[in-house]
Ligand binder design. Structure first.
Ligand SMILES: Cc1c2[nH]c(c1CCC(=O)O)Cc1[nH]c(c(CCC(=O)O)c1C)Cc1[nH]c(c(CCC(=O)O)c1C)Cc1[nH]c(c(C)c1CCC(=O)O)C2
Length: 354
């Protein structure tokens, strides 16, 4: 396997010294790039793109050809796992993801089986190994999955939700049913992420996009507890190097201490958190990833550069910061603004790494 040429993303996550602050963007392969839209049109629909390892590799590499990014992220989706559990994932134009067979009863949950990552999810593993080979050591490859709670929201609601009415009803009225579902999901995610590492992923990220919808105590019971189970079950070394694990709960700023206690290596921060405050609270335990508002990329370039400066100054001196957006890049962002953002992080961060 090719030696890593640029490892500053892995180094920052493990709090080893770096020359400049590493940067990547959540959803960096996506619809804001015309070349992505062209490849997606070639594939047909989104899931066909995910299932074609050559095209999935192509869209993973597209943003790296344009920008000086410090990491690549596997092109796939968090909903591949419930799809492999038999729920029938499809995308309705303009409506987001949907499931043909939602898992909203205890009987449906009892019937769910744990997918074999090399079989039902073999197409993802093929994409991971292809991307890792094609990267040829340029930058590390990030593997990922959804958190059990976030996956369960889609599975129980049957798709995206704003109110989470069905899953919250289950949480409070039939908690044992939901725990059974979350436990099966945690077991599935452990196998899935470990298989990604076996196939070449060098770092792992768990997206808990909807943990922030929970109450203070329900977050611990239904989301954090299962991310803890995953952290405990992961392969943490590969190719003689630590495989860092990043937990990201959107809207989880109040719970950073509890998240840091899981033994993960880093926490993702959305834009509601002051990164200086986050560093004071948990910076002795974990690295921090974030946290610019993705909508800032709509601002004129000088305003983007100013915001990058604020966030870098907020984190301050030394390693342990991976610059990123606080959530995925929006589809109407001008690719030139994304480029200016990435340049600004590298140019302005030298002064903090002497
Ligand atoms: C909640 C969630 C999903 N998927 C994901 C999350 C967690 C992160 C977050 O909170 O955003 C994770 C994800 N989805 C995608 C990636 C690819 C890697 C990357 O470049 O970051 C990653 C890491 C591709 C994608 N996943 C999806 C797209 C858009 C599909 C298209 O090309 O039309 C992409 C590029 C589809 C998807 N997938 C999902 C939704 C809600 C949608 C519809 C979004 C929309 O229509 O804007 C579920």
């Amino acid at each position: 396997m090719a030696e890593l040429k640029n490892d500053r993303y892995l180094r920052a996550l493990l709090k080893e010294p770096v020359d400049v602050t590493p940067v990547w963007m959540m959803r960096q392969a996506g619809r804001y790039l015309p070349e992505y839209k062209a490849t997606r049109a070639q594939a047909g629909d989104f899931m066909s793109l995910c299932k074609n390892h050559e095209l999935a590799c192509e869209v993973t590499l597209q943003p790296l050809r344009r920008y000086d990014l410090d990491a690549a992220i596997l092109f796939s989706d968090i909903l591949t796992v419930p799809d492999a559990m038999g729920l029938g994932l499809y995308f309705e134009a303009g409506e987001g993801p949907r499931f043909e067979r939602p898992t909203d009863t205890i009987d449906a949950i009892k019937k769910l089986s744990i997918p074999d990552p090399e079989d039902e999810l073999g197409y993802v593993m093929k994409a991971v190994s292809t991307i890792r080979r094609e990267l040829n050591g340029a930058v590390p490859l990030i593997g990922f999955s959804g958190s059990p709670w976030t996956l369960a929201t889609y599975m129980v609601e049957g798709g995206s939700s704003k109110t989470f009415e069905k899953i919250k009803k289950m949480a409070y009225a039939e908690p044992m049913a939901l725990h059974m579902l979350l436990d099966k999901l945690a077991d599935s995610v452990i196998l899935y992420l470990n298989a990604q590492v076996a196939n070449g992923a060098q770092s792992l990220m768990i997206f808990d996009s909807w943990g922030g919808a929970l109450s203070h105590s329900a977050y611990r019971e239904f989301s954090l507890r299962y991310m803890q189970k995953i952290v405990d079950g992961l392969t943490r070394f590969a190719d003689g190097r630590k495989v860092p694990v990043t937990l990201f709960t959107k809207g989880g700023g109040l719970w950073l201490e509890a998240m840091a206690e899981t033994g993960c290596d880093a926490l993702g921060l959305d834009w509601t958190v002051d990164i200086a405050d986050a560093r004071r609270r948990v910076g002795h335990r974990v690295a921090l990833q974030g946290n610019m508002d993705p909508s800032m990329l709509y601002a004129p370039i000088p305003r983007i550069e100013e915001e990058v400066g604020h966030i870098l100054a907020g984190y301050g001196e030394g390693t342990g910061h991976v610059f990123n957006l606080g959530h995925g890049i929006h589809q109407h962002v001008d690719p030139e603004h994304a480029g200016a953002f990435i340049k600004a992080v590298h140019a302005q961060s030298k002064q903090y790494h002497k």
